[in-house]
Design a protein around this ligand. Structure first.
Ligand code: AMP
Ligand code: MG
Length: 289
């Protein structure tokens, strides 16, 4: 996933059992990438993107990620849209970080949206009604974190850090609540806020993460086809990392006010920082700081 993942476990258990669980937890990052990567022409996601107007049976894993992606698309009024793949390719985000190879999908996308992705739970199949390129980059890492977290469920205390997106359970090795820094969006290495949480995920979308060659960055407003520039970072705290990851991207695109409205509607906490470094936090977020 082009990021560094670290896993910490603090538990009174056999070390071998802990290490085996950590191995299985790491395995989910590889598995989610294998199934959900837009950059790998042989991934399940790429094969799905190449087929349209007929139901394609998919794995339960891919089905669940798509299901959540469509729910977030719906609740954000399309600000979050897992069909941004073609627009991302057009902006130069087409390189497999592992092999360095450029990968353009075969599907010649026309105006399409999440509404053209039809899921059928009974047959675990997906129908794409138009040529489009699926992109689960805004949510797949969170999903992998949740699957990894399940492998650690037997231990009281754990933390998964995937490139600054965090999932914690219990407390740290010193018996204190996990303390999580929210990065300053304009001062590398500096923290904007520090919060303490237990049993929660904290995910951030920031404009500093991946600049685009042609200006802008890796988050797109599907409405305009451009990178939004009102918000510079959006952080969401939620019980599940996939939800925090997805809603952070959605809030980023919606902007400070509509983004906060979304977080209220979904019953989660968060912090949205604008270009002028004005901070918009839910009351629950402010209480954790
Ligand atoms: P994140 O860093 O979690 O905000 O995810 C950003 C990634 O999600 C990008 O690299 C794209 O792959 C994808 N993406 C960009 N814009 C959107 C959007 N509006 N809705 C859904 N996914 C997006
Ligand atoms: Mg995200």
């Amino acid at each position: 996933m082009d990021t560094t993942v670290t896993i910490e476990v603090a538990a009174l258990a056999e070390e071998a059992a802990i290490l085996a669980a950590i191995d299985r937890a790491f395995g989910w990052f590889a598995e989610v990438e294998r199934r959900c990567s837009r950059f790998d022409p042989t991934s399940e996601l790429s094969l799905l993107s190449n087929t349209r107007e007929q139901p394609v049976p998919v794995s339960p894993l891919l089905f669940h990620v798509l299901d959540l992606a469509l729910a977030i698309a719906e609740t954000s009024g399309g600000a979050f849209d897992p069909t941004v793949g073609a627009a991302m390719e057009a902006r130069g985000f087409d390189r497999n970080f592992r092999t360095g190879e450029h990968h353009r999908s075969a599907a010649k996308a026309i105006a399409a949206s999440y509404r053209d992705v039809i899921l059928d739970a009974a047959s675990t199949s997906v129908t794409l009604q138009k040529p489009l390129v699926l992109d689960l980059g805004a949510i797949a890492k969170g999903f992998a974190m949740d699957l990894a977290g399940r492998e650690l469920a037997a231990f009281e205390n754990s933390a998964i850090n995937a490139g600054g997106d965090i999932l914690v359970r219990g407390h740290n090795a010193a018996g204190q609540p996990w303390s999580i820094g929210v990065r300053h969006p304009r001062e590398p290495g500096a923290l904007l806020r520090t919060i303490t949480v237990r049993d929660a995920a904290v995910c951030t979308s920031g404009d500093y993460e991946r600049p685009a060659d042609a200006g802008g960055h890796h988050i797109l407003d599907p409405g305009t086809g451009r990178s939004p520039d009102d918000v510079v970072s959006a952080t969401v705290i939620a019980p599940a990392a996939a939800v925090a990851d997805g809603l952070a991207t959605a809030a980023f695109v919606l902007g400070a006010q509509a983004g906060l409205d979304l977080l209220f509607r979904e019953g989660v906490d968060g912090l949205i920082v604008t270009r002028s470094l004005a901070e918009f936090a839910t009351p629950g977020f402010a209480a954790l700081a």
